[in-house]
Design a protein. Structure first.
Ligand SMILES: *Cc1c(COP(=O)(O)O)cnc(C)c1O
Length: 406
């Protein structure tokens, strides 16, 4: 039998290794992988009692699974949330958080700078069901105040945002939202629970793509929704149980083991990202660098008030537009071109032609995304190798005319 844990709260590193652990009757060290679709009952009466809710017993892995429950326990412990449900993808988590809460006639206010698919849900999907939606510039509190001067049901925001690393004032927006009658849902993917805890600033629900830093090694997709126990059990759980965005126990197990090193990976990636941002800012080819903890970030103070480090992403504008970006990205020899982020491998993205192609030129301009914008997810490689690769690619991408003149 497992020993009972000491009666005091664990620190994050401990929660990431131990949180949610449930040992089976075999006393295994590592978290067990329950790769089973269903569960059996001792008797017909036990099946009846389970379905009636008078006995706790696993029924079917769409409703619940022990490996998945361990992952939920671990993420909830880290976040300091009452309850967690994990899903097959981050988008399933966002979709379930929104659609379980909303109904026809409701009103949603969201920051404009959202992950592409989150933007699509708010701009395109919700209105189909008679839900009114309004976008605001997340950094502009006057716009939030105006939009939330009328009743609303839900606020969705992302901070830092993708890809421009814009910061939303979590405390101020949560206060405005609550006065308007709305719950606040924060997509906390870019910050991770190690750098920012939105609930401490008033957020009600936090969502994650576990695909990103939680797995962080490019293997599986996953998502998580965290919130008050009552909301998770009464509002979210019936939606998830009956619509089926359930994660595979195998993928949950991979993420569970990935989390064990989150507290080692994320700070190391943040240190690399901060060094990369400083190096890029020195280069003449670069028009601007965005990194939340740099003194030249327009919201550095707010970022420092909400986050414990600047994050693992750096966004910058190359002076030569799309052509310069493509020459630069094609000249990278260590850093990969990929639209993923939060990975141990450094990854470069050109948002205008990939992740933000579909939002259109007008919306990109409003978000500040230019044809010269590059988003860099800084990984775990030696920072000198990352910096060398960036410097060599910038040299190689120098305008052909300039090179011919040398
Ligand atoms: C990746 C991502 C999502 C969606 O997650 P998936 O696991 O790809 O479905 C949502 N929000 C943000 C900020 C993301 O980076």
């Amino acid at each position: 039998m497992a020993k009972s844990p000491p009666n005091r709260p664990f620190r994050p590193a401990t929660q990431l290794v131990r949180g949610g652990l449930m040992r089976s009757g075999f006393d295994e060290t590592g978290e067990a992988l329950f790769l089973t679709s269903g569960f059996v009952y001792d008797s017909a009466a036990q099946a009846e009692a389970t379905f009636a809710g008078t006995e706790q017993h696993y029924q079917y892995s769409r409703f619940g699974n022990p490996t998945v429950a361990m992952l939920e326990g671990r993420i909830a412990a880290l976040e300091g949330a009452e309850a967690c449900r994990v899903t097959a993808t981050g988008m399933a988590a966002v979709h379930a958080a929104l659609l379980s809460h909303l109904k026809t006639g409701d009103r949603v206010v969201a920051s404009r700078a959202l992950f592409g698919s989150c933007h699509w849900i708010v701009s395109t999907l919700l209105p189909r069901y008679g839900i009114a939606t309004e976008f605001v510039d997340g950094a502009d509190l006057d716009q939030w105040a105006a939009a939330l001067s009328r009743p609303a049901s839900l606020v969705l925001l992302e901070t830092p945002s993708n890809p421009m690393l814009e910061i939303v004032d979590l405390r101020a927006v949560s206060e405005l939202a609550h006065r308007a009658g709305a719950i606040v849902v924060v997509d906390n993917v870019f910050a991770t629970p190690l750098l920012q805890k939105p609930m401490q600033f008033g957020a009600d629900v936090v969502v994650y793509s576990a695909t990103k830093h939680f797995d962080g090694q490019g293997r599986v997709l996953g998502g998580a929704v965290l919130g008050p126990k009552k909301w998770v059990e009464d509002t979210l759980q019936p939606f998830i149980r009956n619509t089926g965005p359930s994660i595979s126990a195998f993928n949950a197990w991979v993420i569970l083991k990935g989390l064990e090193t989150l507290h080692l990976r994320v700070p190391a990636m943040c240190r690399n990202a901060a060094a990369v941002a400083d190096m890029l800012a020195e280069r003449a080819e670069i028009a601007r660098v965005l990194y939340p903890f740099r003194a030249d970030h327009p919201q550095q103070k707010l970022a420092q008030a909400q986050m414990s480090a600047g994050g693992t992403l750096v966004t910058f504008d190359l002076k030569g537009g799309k052509e310069a970006c493509f020459r630069f990205m094609d000249a990278l020899r260590l850093i990969d071109i990929s639209n993923n982020l939060g990975d141990s491998k450094s990854l470069a993205t050109h948002p205008a032609t990939t992740t933000h192609m579909r939002v259109g030129a007008e919306e990109r301009a409003r978000l500040g995304i230019t044809d010269g914008t590059v988003r860099l997810s800084v990984g775990l490689e030696d920072v000198e190798d990352i910096i060398d690769d960036l410097a060599e690619a910038l040299d190689a991408a120098a305008a052909p005319a300039a090179r011919a003149a040398e």
